[in-house]
Design a protein around this ligand. Structure first.
Ligand SMILES: *Cc1c(COP(=O)(O)O)cnc(C)c1O
Length: 429
């Protein structure tokens, strides 16, 4: 076998990593294996995973029951096309998802990544209005600091600045952006918070297919937790203006915020909901767009009489059985207790950050902890410091955040918090 340096050299010369330059001198760490909440690097070092591999690995790595389910599914089939064929893993998963998502959501479109689930949601909204004879409704209202994925359609509803819309201005559809809600989670929202949405709906409502938002928690666009009140008002206003409401629960779904889905904090049901990330417990790439009977029946009744999307790996059987097993594991576990435990421990562990001159804000909700700094971190120095401290974190901009696997123990949580407090207090400002 090639030695590690040789492998890393190939990586450095020929592979892109997320949002990176190939010529970058930022380190990438070679993972040999992972188990529970630990990543084992090839140099022998073990890191406590604070990221759940971007929200997804909620039960930890190398989980015996997950592994077994996949081994069993492999014996039947790894994959089969979904055009004209079907299989039990997809049907069982559908039954399970319909049971746990809000009541009126009962039709599912499977795709292979969150970004595509968002594309599908946007196309559903457009086809819906087309079928209703209101084909001019093709635009979307979106919140600033939102993140919905990296494909062109999804990008068009991401924050225009962090999403670098200027660079893609010729190809991205121009959507309508409103200020992110200023009202914090747990607080009421003011007339001011909601006024931009009202204005956007009055001015552009008739051309809009839908409002798309991440309910309660804005993820990669800013790690911001906002008032359930805003979500309620958004539903009301969308109804008044006949605009569909899309919830992107790709990051928030499956318990992360303390509810199975974040929209439950507001008791609001969207017309279309996107899920992904933790759907398979981080085992395989799978996402889904879930909608109401009204929407799928209307789309079917319109021209061309079908919904215009169909990925090659749609409802991949291995991914569906991973998802089904992961959801059963979640429902059979004390996930709410685990999330409460993580929340409490992060509250205590990150509290010292509130006193630090380097820190602007500390916010914690469910299994998510965020330390917002006054200045952007230097990735080149801070990531190696975390690695040195035995934890895996990947900050961006001014944000250092943790969202560990739900199974993490108190001791490991304390180590994560301590590493953050120590390293943040050492940042020069
Ligand atoms: C990660 C994410 C996406 C994109 O999902 P991918 O699987 O990376 O394409 C979309 N929306 C939200 C809220 C996300 O967190």
């Amino acid at each position: 076998m090639q030695d590690l340096d040789e492998l890393l050299n190939i990586d450095k010369n020929s592979i892109w990593h997320p949002y990176s330059a190939m010529s970058s001198d930022l380190p990438v760490y070679h993972v040999a294996s992972a188990a529970g909440v630990r990543l084992k690097l090839s140099n022998g070092q073990e890191l406590i995973d604070g990221m759940s591999s971007w929200w997804s690995v909620i039960h930890g790595y190398n989980h015996a029951k997950m592994n077994l389910a996949l081994e069993q599914q492999l014996k039947d089939m790894a994959h089969v096309m979904f055009g004209g064929l079907t299989h039990t893993p997809a049907i069982k998963l559908t039954e399970q998802l319909i049971a746990i998502t809000p009541d009126s959501l009962d039709a599912i479109f499977y795709s292979d990544s969150g970004s595509v689930a968002v594309e599908v949601a946007m196309k559903m909204a457009i086809q819906y209005w087309h079928a209703k004879g209101d084909a001019k409704r093709q635009r979307f209202i979106s919140l600033r600091s939102g993140y919905h994925g990296d494909t062109l359609g999804a990008m068009s509803v991401c924050d225009p600045e962090t999403g670098m819309h200027s660079l893609f201005s010729g190809v991205l559809p121009e959507q309508i952006f409103i200020q992110q809600p200023q009202c914090r989670f747990g607080e009421p929202c003011t007339a001011n918070d909601i006024s931009e949405l009202k204005k956007a709906l009055i001015e552009h409502g008739e051309d809009c297919a839908a409002l798309i938002m991440e309910p309660i928690v804005q993820g990669a666009g800013g790690m911001w937790f906002y008032s359930a009140d805003y979500v309620k008002q958004a539903r009301k206003l969308c109804d008044e203006h006949n605009v569909l409401l899309i919830f992107d629960e790709i990051a928030t779904g499956f318990g992360r915020t303390g509810k199975l889905f974040a929209c439950e904090h507001a008791a609001v049901v969207p017309d279309i909901m996107c899920i992904g990330k933790a759907l398979t417990g981080g085992y395989l790439s799978l996402a889904a767009t879930i909608t109401t009977k009204d929407i799928h029946v209307t789309i079917d009744s319109g021209d061309p009489g079908v919904f215009m999307h169909g990925p090659t790996f749609m409802a991949n059987p291995l991914a569906c059985s991973a998802a089904l097993t992961s959801i059963r594991l979640l429902l059979d576990s004390n996930w709410q207790e685990n999330i409460n435990r993580i929340q409490q421990s992060l509250e205590e562990g990150l509290a010292p950050c509130r006193q630090l001159a380097q820190v602007n804000d500390v916010r914690i909700l469910g299994g998510i902890g965020v330390v917002e700094l006054k200045v952007p971190v230097d990735m080149k120095t801070i990531v190696p410091q975390f690695v040195e401290a035995g934890v895996w974190l990947r900050p961006f901009g001014k944000l250092i955040y943790v969202m560990p696997p739900y199974i993490i123990c108190r001791e490991d949580l304390d180590k994560l918090s301590k590493a953050i407090v120590t390293i943040v207090s050492g940042i020069q400002i």
